[in-house]
Design a protein around this ligand. Structure first.
Ligand SMILES: [Zn+2]
Length: 254
């Protein structure tokens, strides 16, 4: 069961690693929930996303923890299902009323949607595409620090797709805006849902094609070129950012 109270996930305390409680059905979990939805299988069993109302305490031996604070300790399967559950609960919590007419919404039947009881407008979960790009210059990789990163950590660049923009245009614009560089040879790498709060990270690799490294004030605290054998502190293994950096290291070593 993946039960969220606001953005915090219900986990078992005092276990090795991070685990969520198991139960045959949401009713057997012993905690009140205001919304529930199946989110596929996890660890061999059907799993559920549950929304726990504010003010409801965790049962004995359990605690609500921030998903960001525990994701260094979970594997990709856990992160994927927990992230899906978090996004669905978050969507339900922020669509109680219609954005067009202000009417109350209800769960639609047959699809993942909230329907306005007054004007009938359907409200679907929002997914926000973002690019994440690994820029390479010969044997070096570009890594940068955003102000919101944990202290000491650097990563590849990322940014949201704007309306009317192709993903390739986003890659070129973000790199230009954030560090003042031009890139070429864009190649698709892979993608990953990123539930903070509802991104879909679309990964590309690119080669340096010109310009002087110029971090954008307010957005990038520092940016530099790194060799594979001299890297700073990196993002957690569960992230696509880390997979892209590890892939660079493996290619450089080979
Ligand atoms: Zn409406």
């Amino acid at each position: 069961m993946f039960a969220f109270r606001n953005d915090r996930l219900l986990v078992l305390e005092g276990e090795d690693g991070v685990r969520v409680p198991r139960a045959p059905s949401p009713d057997d979990l012993g905690i009140e929930s205001s919304f529930r939805r199946p989110v596929g299988r996890f660890d061999g069993s059907p799993s559920w996303a549950l929304e726990v109302p504010e003010g409801v305490e965790a049962p004995e031996g359990m605690a609500f923890r921030d998903l960001r604070a525990i994701f260094a300790a979970v594997d990709e399967d856990f992160f994927a299902v927990a992230g899906r559950a978090k996004q669905i609960v978050g969507w339900h919590a922020t669509h109680r009323f219609c954005g067009r007419c202000g009417g109350e919404t209800e769960i639609a039947t047959g699809e993942l949607a909230m329907r306005c009881t007054r004007c009938g407008m359907m409200h679907y979960p929002r997914v926000s595409p973002a690019v994440i790009v690994r820029v390479r210059r010969g044997g070096e990789i570009l890594l940068a620090r955003s102000p919101g990163f944990p202290k000491g950590m650097s990563s590849v660049l990322a940014g949201f797709v704007e309306p009317g923009e192709s993903i390739e245009e986003t890659v070129r614009r973000e790199v230009r805006e954030e560090v003042g560089l031009e890139v070429g040879n864009l190649r698709y790498f892979g993608s990953q849902p990123w539930p903070f709060p509802n991104s879909l990270m679309i990964g590309f690799t690119a080669d340096y094609a010109g310009g002087e490294l110029t971090p954008e004030p307010g957005e990038i605290e520092a940016a530099d070129w790194y060799r594979a054998d001299d890297l700073p502190q990196l993002p957690p293994r569960v992230s696509i950012a880390r997979r892209m950096i590890d892939d660079f290291v493996a290619r450089t070593a080979g």
